[in-house]
Ligand binder design. Structure first.
Ligand code: ADP
Length: 553
């Protein structure tokens, strides 16, 4: 029922008694208004994607009450955020900022430290502060989703002039996704590279009890940088933005973003490749095409199994056995789809007016056909509900949700990602595919790899889909992920992003020269956040108060 308590009780932050914590929460309520502070003492609930919870990871790899907030606070302004930071420093209570909290596969809205107070920035701070139709830029608050930004362009009649870039799922926050270095599928897909200017509340409190707010780049100018803030990301002096992404050094309250001019036409295309062994030669063909921008957006090469799973039916519709679905079964079912029997499917888009696209598409067609058995699927033969059209919308800047469907593959479907990066080389693709295959076979889990080619690198995204109610499969999934991270590190590959549960391990693989990078991050952490209140443990960075005291996983 609505009033059932949490199984493990209210998750009080470590080192504080319950009465002390509750009186601190009362104090916070007085500061911000009672209705803006919620205690997380009721049974946790998972809504669907658009109603995702802000208290925990709705796709938990461990016990569902492990990574969980003690309370959620809803600031309405930068001043509120400063009050919260001061409060946390007074009581030594860990804070965990989220923008929207739909970071699914990487921890959702959950804090790394059980009992942290989550700052849900997006709930009330959700204004689009500016869309500049001359400069093709915007300035947003944390609660602005890709959907909201897109809708605003439509509302202002600007969609024929400019596009946003959206990731696979459009319900996330522009700021949250960019800070976690997420990607999208237009030529502006590298969100971090496309941002310009941050406003950041720092976690420390000065001697006079003050909290600092800074603006990066041109925003640091005395006038606040309203002039060039979103046009030139660097400003003068050290370029500091980087330390606020995938970190726990500050709370971002504003961010500038560049918008893409409407290219005057676009055309999606899809190719299939017959054999798994086509992977290496195909990647060799993709590299020069991508680097020279003949392939203009993130090149997505997906395993055929994903074309099945994204139809949204449970795995049992296709296969009743246990262990990874055999290849001949995948092929048999693919034969009945519009995609046809294949090992790999390539999704791409060409931009510009028809005469410009035609030239590029001809080059691509000729190059891809160097692989025997390559087939171009004519989009006009594809029904309107085919996944291809979801990719078409995303690559042309229209947010979408189709990608959620493959979560239905398992009951209580959850997913968690293994996301290593490598150069765009056939050998690297083979290495990563082979190690993922081996570890998935050992764990008895279906392998669904997608290679996403940026510009000079590729991300391999392997999503493990699991039943969140099945403790045994969760243990196997965790082992599979940990083995893949270690195997990859030995071969010189590292992850670009990871789930809360795996952050220490992934950070540990970036160990060159006696962990020089983590030592530097620790130095920054201790200087900026001496009380260690902000997102302890995020991306493997622990404040001194927690470091080497058994928190690392
Ligand atoms: P999305 O909903 O777009 O997927 P989230 O809001 O879940 O993104 O953000 C992803 C992660 O980035 C969060 O878990 C948090 O660690 C960090 N983050 C998000 N927003 C902020 C912010 N405004 N300031 C600092 N860190 C943030």
């Amino acid at each position: 029922s609505d009033t059932a308590p949490l199984r493990r009780g209210l998750p009080i932050p470590q080192g504080i008694s319950k009465p002390t914590f509750l009186s601190a929460v009362d104090e916070l309520r007085k500061l911000l208004g009672t209705e803006h502070v919620l205690l997380n003492d009721k049974e946790i609930k998972n809504g669907w994607y658009m109603e995702s919870p802000n208290t925990h990871d709705m796709m938990p790899l461990f016990d569902s009450e492990e990574f969980i907030a003690s309370a959620v606070v809803y600031p309405g302004s930068v001043e509120d955020v400063k009050l919260i930071v001061k409060w946390a420093n007074r009581h030594l209570i860990p804070l965990f900022p989220i923008s929207i909290g739909r970071n699914l596969g990487y921890g959702g809205s959950a804090p790394r430290v059980r009992g942290s107070v989550t700052i849900d920035l997006g709930h009330r701070m959700n204004r689009i502060l500016d869309i500049n139709a001359d400069d093709f830029t915007c300035l947003v608050e944390p609660g602005v989703t890709f959907y909201a930004l897109h809708e605003e362009l439509v509302k202002r009649g600007l969609e024929d002039k400019m596009w946003i870039d959206t990731p696979d799922l459009g319900g996330g926050s522009v700021i949250g996704n960019t800070l976690d270095r997420g990607v999208g599928y237009t030529p502006y897909g590298d969100h971090w590279a496309c941002h310009s200017g941050l406003e950041v509340v720092l976690p420390g409190v000065g001697e006079k009890g003050d909290v600092s707010v800074l603006r990066t780049g041109m925003g640091a100018l005395g006038v606040g940088g309203e002039n060039t803030w979103q046009c030139f990301p660097y400003g003068f002096g050290p370029y500091n933005d980087g330390i606020f992404s995938q970190s726990n050094f500050g709370i971002v309250t504003k961010m500038g973003m560049t918008l893409m001019p409407n290219p005057g036409g676009f055309e999606s295309f899809m190719y299939t490749f017959a054999n798994e062994s086509d992977l290496a030669p195909l990647i060799e063909i993709i590299r020069p095409l991508r680097i020279s921008n003949i392939l203009e957006n993130v090149a997505q090469l997906r395993h055929g199994l994903q074309t099945l799973s994204v139809k949204g039916l449970p795995r049992t519709e296709y296969f009743a056995g246990s262990g990874p679905m055999p290849d001949d079964v995948v092929r048999k079912h693919l034969r009945k789809t519009a995609t046809g029997e294949c090992a790999w499917v390539y999704y791409g888009m060409s931009y510009g007016p028809a005469h410009i696209r035609g030239h590029k598409l001809d080059v691509i067609d000729k190059e891809f056909h160097r692989i025997p058995g390559c087939r171009r699927i004519d989009p006009s033969t594809l029904p309107a509900d085919e996944y291809f059209w979801s990719r078409d919308r995303i690559a042309s800047g229209t947010p979408d949700l189709e990608e959620l469907k493959w979560v239905n593959w398992m009951p209580n479907g959850s997913h968690i990602a293994f996301s290593p990066v490598s150069p765009i080389r056939g050998k690297d693709a083979e290495n990563l595919f082979a190690l993922a295959r081996k570890r998935h076979a050992e764990a008895g889990i279906d392998l669904m790899p997608a290679f996403c080619v940026g510009l000079r690198e590729m991300h391999l995204i392997v999503e493990i889909v699991f039943d969140a109610e099945d403790a045994e499969i969760k243990r196997k999934a965790e082992k599979c992920l940990r083995d893949m991270i270690d195997d990859a590190a030995k071969l010189g590959y590292g992850e670009y992003r990871t789930h809360l549960a795996l952050m220490d391990q992934v950070a540990g693989t970036y160990s060159w020269n006696d962990n020089a990078l983590m030592k530097f991050n620790n130095t920054l952490k201790d200087a900026l956040d001496p009380n260690g209140i902000l997102a302890p443990g995020r991306c493997g960075i622990w404040p001194e108060r927690y470091r080497n005291r058994g928190w690392e996983l």
